[in-house]
Design a protein around this ligand. Structure first.
Ligand SMILES: [Zn+2]
Length: 248
């Protein structure tokens, strides 16, 4: 039984790192523009694929379209699921050291996690694409929910969320931080991630600890290295695992 196996590994570990992808959020109902439906609908509605809309050069020319897309995919009213909650609990128990996520939806913090490394930035902070001045979150959201583009009070430039767009590098210091946690971990749990998107996926190679677990519905390029592979919903699995852990 994978939940029992996983619980046993957690018991033996005290420096666990979780690396999560889109699958962690989709179980909360976050829409995945990278899914077949998401890509298809984006091409149908906007005439271009999501990777183009979420790129640096596209934003500079078409902030209106960017925010139409943003309203559709980044503003659903979602709550943390069992996976987010279990990870927050493991951190509180002193078992888990860091959550490294490719998601920008804030759900790990909402669940109570403290040490969250957001590889692709976040949607809590906004700044001007021209003069780089910060804009308070409430002001940016006000403009976005009213159907427009938030505009800088200093230069009227288009204001953007602090997410990493296509054609951009990860934020300074973030890759090193993530790799450091992975390199020092005694257990690595990958969840809801295809591990196809580099450079983030390549960080997995730095793991040299004891237990390597992959929880993902599809195969990943790193499956051959995993001690345990589980093709189930990560929320349900981690919930059962926490139950099994309590019985050890
Ligand atoms: Zn500005």
């Amino acid at each position: 039984m994978p939940a029992k196996q996983l619980a046993q590994m957690i018991k033996e570990s005290d420096n666990i790192v979780f690396f999560g992808g889109a699958g962690v959020s989709t179980e909360s109902g976050v829409k995945d523009y990278r899914s077949k439906d998401g890509i298809y609908n984006t091409e149908k509605d906007f005439g271009v694929p999501p990777e183009r809309i979420l790129s640096r050069s596209f934003f500079a020319e078409n902030p209106e379209v960017f925010y139409d897309f943003y309203r559709k995919y980044f503003m659903s009213d979602v709550k943390p699921n069992s996976a987010h909650k279990a990870l927050a609990k493991l951190e509180e128990m002193g078992k888990l050291r860091a959550v490294i996520t490719q998601n920008v939806d804030n759900l790990h913090f909402a669940a109570g996690s403290k040490n969250v490394i957001e590889l692709h930035g976040n949607t809590r902070e906004f700044y001007c694409n021209s003069c780089k001045a910060d804009m308070p979150y409430a002001d940016a959201m006000n403009a976005i929910t009213n159907g427009g583009v938030p505009r800088c009070v200093h230069c009227a430039g288009a204001v953007r969320p602090r997410v990493v767009m296509y054609e951009e590098k990860l934020h300074e210091g973030v890759p090193e931080l993530a790799m450091g946690y992975i390199a020092n971990a005694d257990m690595l749990i990958v969840g809801g991630a295809s591990l196809l998107v580099n450079p983030a996926a390549s960080f997995i190679r730095f793991f040299g600890g004891k237990h390597f677990v992959i929880i993902n519905k599809q195969e990943t390029p790193y499956d051959y290295r995993a001690e345990l592979i589980v093709r189930e919903n990560i929320g349900e699995l981690l919930e059962r695992t926490m139950g099994e852990y309590g019985r050890l």
